[in-house]
Design a protein around this ligand. Sequence first.
Ligand code: ADP
Ligand code: ADP
Ligand code: ZN
Length: 217
Amino acid sequence: MRIILLGAPGAGKGTQAKSISNKYNIPHISTGDIFRKNISERTPLGIEAKKYIDNGQLVPDELTIDIIKSRLVEEDCENGYLLDGYPRTVEQAKALDVFLNEREANLDTALLIKVPREFILERMTGRRVCPSCGASYHVKFNPPKNEGICDICGSDIIQRDDDAEITVNKRLDIYEAQTHPLIEYYKSRDLLSEVDGTQAINDVFESVSKVLNELRK
Ligand code: ADP
Ligand code: ADP
Ligand code: ZN
């Protein structure tokens, strides 16, 4: 299956992506994770991307499109993938369409995790992440079993610099302006599906599974 996850920052894309990736056995590809890995390794890409990410801005399309294209030709993507955080602009969506058309491949769905803005600030300011494996936790809604330690890989979890309240608000404005139009983009291509992201994490996953199982029939 080839799936795109849509939704505001903090909607729960990364959280659901881990479960989807396990259950349906497709790689979870997060452009945010790719950028953060490059930042921590101080690669030229990381140094460039950091300028934008720390400000809550989007990394320029040219850079992002090249990165995703080179990731999607890797062998583990042959039987599908789950995109989390890409596309974020109409330009990026068009580039993905071209890439898929060239390969005579199609998307199964663009799955929107729908969460109204008033929920988002608390989710993002309480978010903690594992810098090693990318797992996402929440101080209140999804704490790790041992405080401060990743359940999956045992690393110390941290707060992302860009999850400070002031940056979060800026990111939400950018989401509204640049990413929200993708909902119409995929709706008009008859590829949009959606789940209520305000439910508890497990219930969101149940809704997600229903949608994806239906597509596999
Ligand atoms: P969140 O889901 O909380 O918004 P991500 O981990 O997906 O966070 O992204 C973190 C940051 O990385 C974004 O705010 C943006 O600066 C950058 N980024 C990630 N994906 C993209 C993309 N497809 N296009 C441009 N910038 C991106
Ligand atoms: P995204 O990848 O869309 O930016 P995350 O998956 O990182 O979002 O989730 C953002 C924050 O909200 C994290 O702290 C996560 O633990 C928490 N979270 C995710 N889903 C839910 C949910 N259904 N209810 C409450 N909190 C959630
Ligand atoms: Zn971890």
